[in-house]
Write a protein that binds this ligand. Structure first.
Ligand code: ADP
Ligand code: MG
Length: 275
């Protein structure tokens, strides 16, 4: 009796939790890729997922997206278990930008962005298709590419077109796997700026990043993953310590505060070249 009362209260207090991982493990024969991760991602926040190559970031993202099923544990979307939810329903809830732009079929860019509207076909939201596609193209600054064939684009152009597709999907959850990896500084800042605007408008944004200063600047919370395990989760200033990052990345890392802006600067320690 008392347990059910507690559960009711917990649910009521946490209505802003868009996504929750409950002790999620994902294993393949001979390897545990994601190891007992519990995590809550709230609406209205940008959460940066960081960690070394092979840490399990992309796998965790695909588990949170419902593209992979946990070996054990569960993922809740708006409080309901992801497992068993229909793909069309999921596609109206969360949009995913994959790390690899796998689309090799020669679609024109405009068609790729329009694919983002597919989940809304046959629904009232379909009336917004043209406006939303135009807006997304403008936001991602890919207007000059709309007639180009997607496979002929540069890596950075592909990433921005994929970002436009994800924006066009107009979901309350955005999951972006290294969206800035191929982008120049201006476009990196622009993508993260738009992610933050989406969060301010109420979205939950999970973004995998390698640039820790970028993560500290734009994320409300950071999640550090290494060897499939959660090593830190919280405000960047609390989680990004020299000690933790040096251990996790197996390279000495300094965390500095910008003298005038107070921004967190995360830098690898470099050995000076010998004269
Ligand atoms: P990250 O995105 O953090 O770089 P991934 O989630 O892509 O890491 O992968 C985590 C680790 O699991 C890597 O070592 C990768 O090679 C391995 N891995 C991922 N998927 C499989 C799989 N299906 N079978 C075997 N190993 C896998
Ligand atoms: Mg990855």
């Amino acid at each position: 009796m008392s347990a059910s009362v507690t559960n009711t209260v917990t649910t009521a207090v946490k209505t802003d939790v868009a996504l929750a991982a409950r002790d999620v493990t994902y294993a393949v024969p001979g390897k545990v890729i994601v190891d007992g991760v519990s995590l809550e991602i709230r609406a209205g926040t940008v959460v940066a997922l960081v960690g070394p190559n092979g840490a399990g970031k992309s796998t965790l993202l695909s588990l949170l997206a419902g593209d992979e099923r946990p070996t054990s544990g569960s993922v809740l979307l708006d409080g309901a278990d992801l497992h068993g939810q229909r793909l069309t329903h999921l596609a109206r809830k969360r949009a995913v930008l994959l790390q690899e732009q796998k689309l090799s079929f020669p679609f024109a860019v405009l068609g790729v962005v329009r694919m983002g509207r597919a989940p809304w076909r046959g629904r009232p939201e379909e009336d917004n298709d043209d406006r939303v596609v135009d807006q997304s193209i403008e936001t991602a600054e890919v207007g000059h590419l709309t007639d180009r064939l997607f496979p002929t684009l540069s890596g950075g152009e592909k990433a921005r077109v994929s970002f436009a597709r994800v924006l066009a999907q107009q979901t309350a959850i955005l999951m972006l796997d290294e969206p800035t990896a191929a982008l120049d500084i201006r476009h990196q800042e622009a993508v993260l700026g738009h992610a933050r605007l989406a969060a301010q408008a109420g979205a939950a944004v999970v973004v995998v990043l390698h640039d820790l200063s970028l993560a500290a600047a734009y994320a409300d919370e950071v999640v550090v993953l290494a060897d499939g395990k959660l090593r830190g989760h919280g405000h960047p200033r609390e989680v990004f310590t020299s000690e933790l990052l040096t251990a996790v990345y197996r390279h000495p890392i300094e965390v500095l505060t910008h003298p005038t802006t107070g921004a967190l600067m995360v830098m690898p320690v470099r050995v000076p070249a010998q004269p």
